[in-house]
Design a protein around this ligand. Structure first.
Ligand SMILES: Nc1nc2c(c(=O)[nH]1)N[C@@H](CN(C=O)c1ccc(C(=O)N[C@@H](CCC(=O)O)C(=O)O)cc1)CN2
Ligand SMILES: [Mg+2]
Length: 301
C-alpha cells in the first residue's frame, strides 16, 4: 500500500478562498473582521509565524493589528495590552503568540483574553465548551487536523483513534474533537506502556509528541489515517554543514507504506493552523455581530 498524501497546503488555500468570499460579503455591510496578533520577544520561528498570520489576515480581507513587544515586557504590560484589545470594538480576535518569555505566566495571559475573542481557543471557557459539546472557539491545530481527517473520511463514528500527546494546545482538544465525532479515543503519552502496541490499534493516529520520526512504520495499522503534527528541525549534513531540515513525529516513508492516507511535514497540518485561525476570527466576528457563520465547505480535487 502507498498512502495518499493529505495536502494540507492545498486544503488551507481552499479554506482561505472561502474565508475571503465571506469576509468580502461582511465588508460590504461595513463589518470587516479584525485580528490582533501579539508577539513578545525575538524567537525567530515565532517571528515567522506572526508575519505569516498578519500577511494572510490581510490577504483574506480582514484588518490586521500587529503588536511587537520587546523580550523585556512585563506581565503587567502584556495584560494591560490584552485589556485594551478586549475593549477595542475593531478587534474580533486576539492571539498572543506562544511561547512567551519566562517572566510572563502564559496561563494568566490566556485567561485574560475575552473568551469571545479567543481565536486560539485556549481560554478555559472555550476548552470547557469543547469538553461539554457546547459550540465555542476551538484550538486551531486540532481543528485543522480534524478537517484534514474528514477530507479523506467524512464519517468517523466507531473508529479507534489514538492521540499521541496530551498538551492543552493539541493533544487534549484533539481527543475531545474525535470524541465529538463518535470515535473511541485513547490518549497516549510518554508514560504509556507498550506504545507501539497501542498505536497499532488506531484507525486514526494523530502524532503530537515533538520527537522526530518517533512513530515507525510497524506501529501503524494497515489502512490507518495518519496525521503528523510534529515540526522538528534536524541536522541535514547532505545539504551542507550546519544545514537542517524539518521532519515530523512520524517516519514518513515507512508510514506511507502501511497507512491509507498521511499528512506530510511540511505542508500538512502546519498550514492548516493559520487557515483555522482565520476561520476562527471569522466565526468570532459573526458571533459578535449576531450574523450566521457561513459554511466553508472545502473539496480537495
Ligand atoms: N498562540 C499560538 N502560539 C503557537 C501556536 C498557535 O496555534 N497559537 N502554534 C505554534 C506555531 N504556529 C502558529 O502559531 C505554527 C506552526 C507551524 C506552522 C507551519 O505552517 N509549519 C510548516 C513548516 C514550517 C517550517 O518549515 O519550519 C508546515 O508544517 O508546513 C504554522 C503555524 C506554536 N505557537
Ligand atoms: Mg499550533
Amino acid at each position: 500500500m502507498s498512502a495518499s498524501i493529505i495536502d494540507g497546503k492545498a486544503y488551507a488555500a481552499g479554506l482561505r478562498a472561502r474565508i475571503t468570499d465571506a469576509v468580502g460579503d461582511m465588508a460590504q455591510q461595513g463589518a470587516t473582521p479584525g485580528l490582533a496578533v501579539v508577539i513578545v520577544g525575538e524567537d525567530p520561528a515565532s517571528q515567522i509565524y506572526v508575519k505569516n498570520k498578519a500577511r494572510q489576515t490581510v490577504e483574506v480581507g480582514m484588518r490586521s493589528f500587529e503588536h511587537v513587544l520587546p523580550a523585556s515586557t512585563s506581565e503587567a504590560e502584556l495584560l494591560s495590552l490584552v485589556a485594551g484589545l478586549n475593549a477595542d470594538p475593531a478587534v474580533d480576535g486576539i492571539l498572543v503568540q506562544l511561547p512567551l518569555p519566562r517572566q510572563i505566566d502564559a496561563q494568566k495571559v490566556i485567561e485574560a483574553i475575552d473568551p469571545a475573542k479567543d481565536v486560539d481557543g485556549f481560554h478555559p471557557i472555550n476548552a470547557g465548551k469543547l469538553m461539554t459539546g457546547v459550540p465555542g472557539l476551538v484550538s486551531c491545530t486540532p481543528l485543522g487536523c480534524l478537517l484534514l481527517i474528514q477530507s479523506v473520511q467524512r464519517d468517523l463514528a466507531g473508529l479507534n483513534a489514538v492521540v499521541l500527546g496530551r498538551s492543552n494546545i493539541v493533544g487534549k482538544p484533539m481527543a475531545q474533537l474525535l470524541i465529538g465525532q463518535s470515535c473511541t479515543v485513547t490518549v497516549a503519552h510518554s508514560k504509556t506502556r507498550d506504545l507501539p502496541e497501542v498505536c497499532r490499534e488506531a484507525d486514526i493516529l494523530v502524532a503530537a509528541v515533538g520527537r522526530p520520526e518517533m512513530v515507525r512504520g510497524d506501529w501503524i495499522k494497515r489502512g490507518a489515517i495518519v496525521v503528523d503534527v510534529g515540526i522538528n528541525r534536524v541536522p541535514n549534513p547532505s545539504s551542507g554543514e550546519g544545514k537542517t531540515r524539518v521532519v515530523g513525529d512520524v517516519a514518513y516513508a515507512e508510514a506511507s507504506a502501511v497507512a491509507s492516507a498521511i499528512t506530510p511535514v511540511p505542508g500538512g497540518v502546519g498550514p492548516m493552523t493559520i487557515a483555522c485561525l482565520l476561520r476562527n476570527t471569522l466565526e468570532a466576528a459573526c458571533l459578535r455581530r449576531s450574523l450566521p457563520m457561513p459554511s466553508l465547505d472545502v473539496r480537495l480535487a
